[in-house]
Design a protein around this ligand. Structure first.
Ligand code: KG4
Ligand code: ZN
Length: 351
């Protein structure tokens, strides 16, 4: 069974064909990230317009080597995400489902991030994929720019959200701290790079204590980084954050980045440890853009060894292969199809 996945929830226009929920046949991604960099964050109107320009060529390219007659179904991101962005993907998928006469499946973007780890084979160059698919019971740490969740899966569609962030997503915290330090957008890779040369113990930063032992919080950490940075710059809390980057030296920025990253990653690991002690698990999957972070991977491996399944960095950040893969499991496990005449976006969809 070959599924065409379509993803447009944020600033990546993506289409991919995946066979039998594990073989990656094509993976096209066009990002408008460069257009947003000047603003330090995604501008929804610019993202939507870019999707409109890219969506048809991206889908054509993804389907080219396979052929429309071989596509068994279409899976599209319904939410969560930016309304204008989601609309382009959903309207395109609806139209194609009608004109090409294919079944349509509506996909939860956050749920789908976990399914990137189910892709184990490809003849496309440059992919480092897991040797085996994850097994249940499965613990998924989903860490992206919009979401931070710990989910226990008993099966594909039988899961419990153990915990989530009470405020900022961890990726969002990386992006905000990066902005304070004047580093290039997106912040995750910039912080990771700066942190390589810094001392993770340079600043004593607080880790949030949550009522639910599986929840996360990052907004206090972000404020603590701001205050510590103002102090390092020899100023007080009245100094506007946009003036900080110009006052800090490179070694100071590297220490701030390393200390922030260390604390943020420890904040992620603690609930995972608790869950590993409490539940008997087969595998752990780390998914979403922040799963690209090498220091997070090192910490997870140090704590949980080869119980943790990682996928290729290109499949951690937003892509359509994860959408197609979850589409396959929806189709295979009798999950309801979407009506191509009426499917609506759901910007606030949650697992
Ligand atoms: O999953 P994703 O591509 O989009 C969302 O669904 O949000 O995640 C994007 C997030 C951004 O916040 C970005 O800064 C972060 O993932 N990210 C990283 C790294 N690469 C991307 N965070 C930390 N370290 C990285 N290497
Ligand atoms: Zn995402």
């Amino acid at each position: 069974m070959k599924i065409l996945g379509i993803e447009t929830s944020c600033d990546e226009t993506a289409a991919s064909v995946v066979e039998d929920g594990k073989i990656l046949l094509s993976n096209m991604i066009v990002s408008s990230v460069d257009l947003h960099a000047a603003y330090g964050g995604v501008v929804p109107e610019i993202a939507a317009r870019s999707h409109l320009e890219s969506i048809l060529p991206v889908i054509d390219e993804a389907v080219k080597g396979v052929g429309w007659d071989k596509i068994d179904a279409i899976a599209v991101t319904q939410g969560p995400g930016l309304s204008g962005s989601l609309l382009i993907g959903v309207m395109t998928a609806r139209t194609l489902a009608i004109t090409k006469q294919k079944p349509l499946y509506a996909i939860d973007h956050v749920h789908a991030h976990v399914y990137a780890a189910y892709i184990t084979k490809t003849s496309l160059p440059g992919y480092k994929l897991p040797a085996q698919q994850p097994k249940f019971p499965l613990l998924a740490l989903i860490v992206s720019g919009g979401h931070t969740q710990l989910v226990l899966f008993k099966n594909h569609f039988n899961y419990t959200v153990l915990g989530q962030t009470a405020d900022d997503a961890v990726g969002e915290a990386f992006d905000k701290v990066s902005k304070i330090l004047g580093l290039p957008y997106p912040g995750g890779p910039s912080i990771a790079k700066a942190a390589e040369r810094g001392n993770p113990k340079a600043l004593a930063l607080p880790k949030a204590k949550m009522e639910n032992k599986y929840d996360f919080s990052f907004s206090g950490l972000k404020t603590a980084v701001l205050r510590a940075s103002q102090t390092l710059a020899g100023k007080d809390y009245t100094l506007p954050s946009y003036e900080l980057a110009g006052l800090l030296s490179d070694p100071q920025k590297q220490d701030i980045a390393a200390s922030f990253q260390h604390t943020a990653l420890e904040t992620l690991i603690t609930p995972v440890k608790t869950a590993v002690d409490e539940f008997s698990l087969s595998d752990i999957v780390v998914a979403g853009g922040v799963a690209a972070n090498q220091e997070l991977r090192r910490l997870l491996s140090e704590n949980f060894g080869n119980q943790v399944i990682y996928t290729d960095i290109k499949l951690c950040t937003d892509n359509a292969a994860m959408i197609a893969t979850l589409g396959f499991y929806k189709a295979s496990f009798g999950q309801p199809k979407a009506d191509p005449y009426s499917l609506e976006i759901d910007p606030n969809l949650s697992m």
